[in-house]
Design a protein around this ligand. Structure first.
Ligand SMILES: [Zn+2]
Length: 281
């Protein structure tokens, strides 16, 4: 896409309650698209995006997954499966290591998006997982993560991000000014405060990383919004704009959590953007 080579890497597989993933949508409708397990959970990916700009020697990682700081009890609750080797194995398949990552763009700080920001070193102390990288985050997202509401406090784990504060690796962004050429930041307020979604521009088309605004292909319909969202009506309106722009540009949507596909293209049906075909990245 333009100056960037784009790939996706799954850090981990995990599972969340199907009802929470689909909000007010009745189970008989959503279970046809993503079948739940015996505990009513849907299998999900923690899929990160890697964008390589060889000329600028820049390697951008978008979100960094669940990470590996999980005890047995929580691993069971969330059905965490890291048997494929996580980000290390995924980066290695691209010929990269953690040291090659120059920038980590975090959409927001929920534990399934920013959990890989830190890990425990040999001495057991937390360290930044990408030692050379600058971590880019919206300032409002950063502030919200430190004082969330009672409703969403469980989605933030301070061990994931507290270390950034005095690290000199944190770049807080105010608004949509992108730190990268040919990348727009789409600001989104429906799911959480200050989510940012990168849009990589090519010639006449684009690719957008959908974060938690369209987590899977089963969430393409604007009204199919997650129960987790703080402001679901806002999400509905934001999705309509994003989908219309992707349709117009014949662009690609990348799904952070889809268990079946990395992304898709859209087509128009009765005036609405609908699923067209899966895209592998
Ligand atoms: Zn989230």
């Amino acid at each position: 896409m333009g100056r960037y080579e784009i790939a996706t890497v799954v850090d981990a597989w995990f599972a969340l309650d199907g009802g929470a993933m689909f909000g007010i949508v009745p189970r008989p409708l959503w279970e046809k698209k993503l079948a739940p397990d015996a505990r009513n959970r849907i299998r999900l990916a923690a899929r990160c995006l890697v964008a390589i700009d060889r000329d600028a020697r820049r390697v951008i990682l978008v979100d960094d997954g669940l990470g590996d700081k999980w005890d047995a009890k929580r691993s069971d609750i969330y059905g965490i499966d890291r048997s494929a080797g996580g980000l290390d194995a995924g980066l290695a398949r691209l010929g990269l290591s953690r040291e090659d990552v120059t920038d980590v763009l975090l959409t927001h700080l929920h534990f399934d998006h920013a959990g890989g920001t830190t890990r425990r070193g040999r001495d057991g102390r937390l360290e930044l997982s990408f030692p050379r990288a600058t971590y880019h985050l919206q300032r409002r997202s950063w502030l919200w993560a430190h004082a969330p509401s009672d409703r969403d406090a469980g989605s933030f784990l301070p061990d994931d991000f507290a270390l950034l504060q005095h690290s000199n690796h944190l770049h807080l962004i105010d608004g949509d000014a992108s730190p990268f050429p040919d990348v727009d930041l789409i600001l989104s307020e429906g799911h959480t405060v200050g989510q940012q979604l990168p849009r990589f521009r090519g010639e006449g088309t684009h690719l957008v990383y959908c974060g938690d605004i369209i987590p899977t292909h089963a969430h393409l319909r604007p009204s199919w919004v997650m129960g987790y969202d703080l402001f679901p009506v806002t999400t509905v309106e934001e999705k309509k704009v994003l989908l219309a722009e992707v349709l117009e540009d014949e662009g690609v949507l990348v799904f952070e959590h889809d268990p079946l596909m990395a992304g898709c293209r859209l087509r128009e049906e009765e005036g609405q953007p609908v699923f067209h075909e899966a895209v592998e990245l």
